[in-house]
Ligand binder design. Structure first.
Ligand SMILES: O=C(O)CCC(=O)C(=O)O
Length: 353
């Protein structure tokens, strides 16, 4: 493996960055961390120009009266912008720091690593008169069909200011990574994604894992200046939120997702097989609860995507012994040493259980 395979495909402009011990502590405690100024100004200017140029159908990002309501993508989708977000030295150095080189941009599980195009997502204001409410439910990344396994972290990077919590920023539940981790410690067999088809999540969706846990915070919608980012732990419950009707700011963000490279490579052995290798279909889903609409904010609920899952490992399958399905008591076991500093080095093996 070369260095680019670890963190990105090349080296773009800008300085490298490292998180301070206090920032690492905050990330560990909250599952989310604001990283102001991740994107150098010259890169930001270039990206903004490319985003403006990519808009089609008469949409002008500087003219709100040309904006359609809600999520927007030009005909044919957003192109790859240059430089590629994954190549920013600031991002690469942080990813190197938090993963000690073990994390790579998430690519289709079981396939050789290839350079990845970050997801661009634009959320324009809702239609006039639309009442805005905060999302009531979210999801965990890493369980889409064909992509599952070893998902570690993601960055949401703002290309335009989001000055208000009603401006369409990524919504997340602080400390939900710890609540979700506690759930999977009790139900390690469901970490393969089968939790989605098991109660309480099957009926109550992801919020069922957070409800009644006083340590989980109320939903927060990300704000920040253009060029700012947030780092999220992969077990942080999150979702897109609506950009309030009447807002004059487009929510324009790119997302960089990282998986554990070794777990990703193990995936072909464990990606949705049934015992004899035949596809397995999840049981029919129960009707959606009245307080649990299919679509939350601007983002389609994960139900559609997950409905195409084709199978999970049966209990006792040897694939379950792979790292990919390990739910370590130390949530940071597969992370870098910078996140495992609370014990002296001689004791590190004790927490790696
Ligand atoms: O658009 C957003 O802010 C959220 C995106 C999201 O939930 C995801 O990419 O998993």
């Amino acid at each position: 493996m070369n260095t680019s395979e670890r963190c990105g495909s090349g080296v773009g402009p800008g300085p490298s960055m490292l998180l301070s011990p206090a920032e690492l502590d905050e990330f560990k405690a909250e599952g989310a961390l604001a990283i102001p100024g991740l994107v150098p100004p010259e890169v930001l200017d270039g990206w903004q120009a490319q985003v403006r140029a990519a808009c089609s159908d008469g949409v002008d990002l500087d003219a709100p009266d040309t904006w359609p309501a809600g999520r927007y993508a030009p005909a044919g989708g957003w192109p790859e912008f240059s430089p590629n977000l994954y190549d920013l030295p600031g991002l690469r150095s942080i990813v190197q720091q938090i993963g000690d080189g073990a994390f790579a941009p998430s690519h289709p599980a079981g396939q050789p690593w290839t350079p990845q195009v970050p997801m661009t997502r634009v959320i324009l204001p809702s239609a006039p008169g639309t009442e805005r409410s905060n999302p009531i439910d979210g999801h965990l990344d890493g369980y889409a069909s064909g992509w599952g396994g070893g998902f570690m972290a993601f960055f949401a990077v703002l290309l335009w200011d989001v000055s208000s919590p009603t401006g369409g920023g990524t919504a997340y539940w602080p400390r939900s990574h710890l609540a979700n981790h506690r759930y999977f410690l009790e139900h390690p067999d469901q970490f393969d994604g089968s939790y989605l088809f098991t109660e309480p999540v099957q009926s109550g969706r992801h919020r069922a894992l957070l409800e009644g846990d006083p340590s989980v915070g109320e939903v927060v919608c990300m704000t920040g200046r253009a060029g700012d980012a947030m780092l999220f732990h992969g077990l942080t419950t999150h979702i897109g939120s609506a950009n309030a009707a009447g807002s004059q700011q487009p929510r324009v963000a790119q997302f960089a997702r990282y998986s554990h490279r070794e777990m990703r490579q193990q995936a072909p052995m464990v990606m949705f097989p049934d015992k004899d290798g035949t596809p397995w279909s999840p049981p029919p889903r129960p009707p959606l609860h009245k307080d649990n609409p299919k679509h939350v904010g601007n983002a389609p609920a994960e139900a559609d995507e997950q409905a195409v899952a084709t199978g999970f490992l049966p209990p006792g399958h040897p694939g379950r012994k792979l790292k990919r399905y390990d739910v370590p008591r130390n949530l940071w076991k597969y992370w870098g040493s910078a996140l495992n500093t609370e014990l002296p080095p001689t004791s590190s093996s004790a927490i790696n259980t």
